[in-house]
Design a protein around this ligand. Structure first.
Ligand SMILES: Cc1cc2nc3c(=O)[nH]c(=O)nc-3n(C[C@H](O)[C@H](O)[C@H](O)COP(=O)(O)OP(=O)(O)OC[C@H]3O[C@@H](n4cnc5c(N)ncnc54)[C@H](O)[C@@H]3O)c2cc1C
Ligand code: SF4
Length: 328
């Protein structure tokens, strides 16, 4: 049985108290929300904070406010189940509920939060193993070792950004609000992720994610398609988020295709968006965008399924995501 290491557990009630505790704890402090990612990582000794600070009792982080007209704010500690069931999200931002419904199992969605999902650790077949397994291969670059088993000549870790909501948030232009003892800042979701499996977030560890701001609805539409082996359970090994905005005449005037589950950070395929912008959302242009996604997708051999097949699926899943938008 894998046991948690010893740690001090703190449950602040105010944001100011939470950021002070983590500021005082320094690099040994870490926030926890539902714990569905952090606690398994601690059991495997991949992350070993000495002070764990719960964000679940911070009232401001548990609210959903606003509407489709002005945009909504989702508190970072709102659970995935609440996202799936929330009436405003389902009515105005169905892509967010659609992606959240594909995450893990109902029990994990009751515990897991949107904030934890957006700040998830990167994943790799050589890393998501218990301590003894990793010790058996002399560990790897990401933790305790000095070689990458996926690309042995590489000085970089290629562990994969594996959240279902991340590509969606990047595609629709969500913003994330962080607070620390140094103040507050708002970051575009597109600017938060770093293409490095170890240093995968462009945020400081002492910054608390307070909420996620979804943009006002002004006619845009988005959809999400996920590739995984077991429909009821697995992480994405490819996720395609498609976003389009159409003019009255049916011409696309903005479009984004964002791929998740294939690299250390979400990948916006600009060429796919360019293939759509200025054109009708018809099958010829959808095919051109899907081809661009196929060309840009370069999955590595560190998750489930053969990487060449995952690359081909980037074309198929982009087709699916865009065809869904063309028919709604
Ligand atoms: C069996 C299994 C299957 C899974 N399947 C999927 C899947 O299909 N798709 C998917 O996307 N995920 C999946 N997950 C991962 C995880 O369950 C979800 O991503 C979940 O949303 C994580 O949220 P959490 O609240 O439990 O995060 P936690 O484990 O509490 O935290 C995750 C990270 O976020 C940080 N953090 C959390 N909240 C804050 C905050 N407010 N401010 C600053 N830092 C914070 C923590 O320090 C930690 O680094 C799976 C997990 C398991 C165990
Ligand atoms: S990509 Fe390489 S360094 Fe990163 S977790 Fe996998 S084996 Fe380790």
């Amino acid at each position: 049985m894998m046991r948690l290491p010893k740690f001090e557990y703190r449950v602040p009630r105010e944001i100011a108290e939470a950021v002070k505790i983590i500021g005082d704890a320094g690099p040994q402090g870490q926030f926890v929300a539902g714990g569905t990612d952090l606690y398994p990582n601690m059991k495997r000794r991949q992350q070993t904070p000495q002070t764990v600070i719960s964000v679940m009792r911070l009232a401001e982080l548990n609210q959903i406010t606003g509407d489709g007209k002005s945009g909504i704010r989702i508190g970072a500690s709102v659970t995935l189940t609440d996202i799936c069931e929330n009436e405003i999200i389902n009515r105005h931002y169905p892509v967010v509920a659609q992606a959240a419904r594909t995450i893990s199992t109902p029990i994990l969605r009751n515990m897991g939060t949107i904030g934890g999902n957006l700040l998830l650790d990167t994943r790799c077949n050589y890393y998501d193993q218990n301590y003894e397994w990793r010790k058996g291969i002399n560990f790897c670059l990401k933790k305790d070792g000095d070689v990458c088993w996926v690309a042995p000549g590489s000085a970089k870790c290629w562990a994969v950004q594996s959240s279902d909501l991340v590509p969606v948030m990047v595609a629709i232009g969500a913003k994330l609000r962080f607070v620390s003892t140094l103040g507050e800042r708002v970051i575009d979701a597109a600017d938060l992720y770093n293409d490095d499996g170890i240093d995968y977030l462009l945020k400081r560890p002492d910054e608390l994610l307070v909420d996620i701001q979804l943009p006002a609805l002004n006619g845009w539409r988005a959809s999400y398609q996920k590739l995984r082996r077991r429909g009821a359970f697995d992480f994405p090994v490819l996720g395609v988020a498609a976003y389009v905005h159409l003019k009255q005449a049916g011409e696309v005037d903005d479009a984004k295709i964002v791929l998740g589950g294939i690299a250390p950070s979400p990948l916006e395929v600009k060429e796919a968006g360019a293939a759509l912008i200025g054109n009708p959302l018809d099958d010829d242009h959808i095919q051109a965008a899907a081809e661009a996604a196929y060309v840009k997708a370069r999955p590595l051999d560190n998750t489930d399924f053969v990487m060449n097949w995952r690359k081909q699926m980037a074309r198929q899943y982009t087709l699916r995501a865009l065809r869904e938008l063309a028919t709604t």
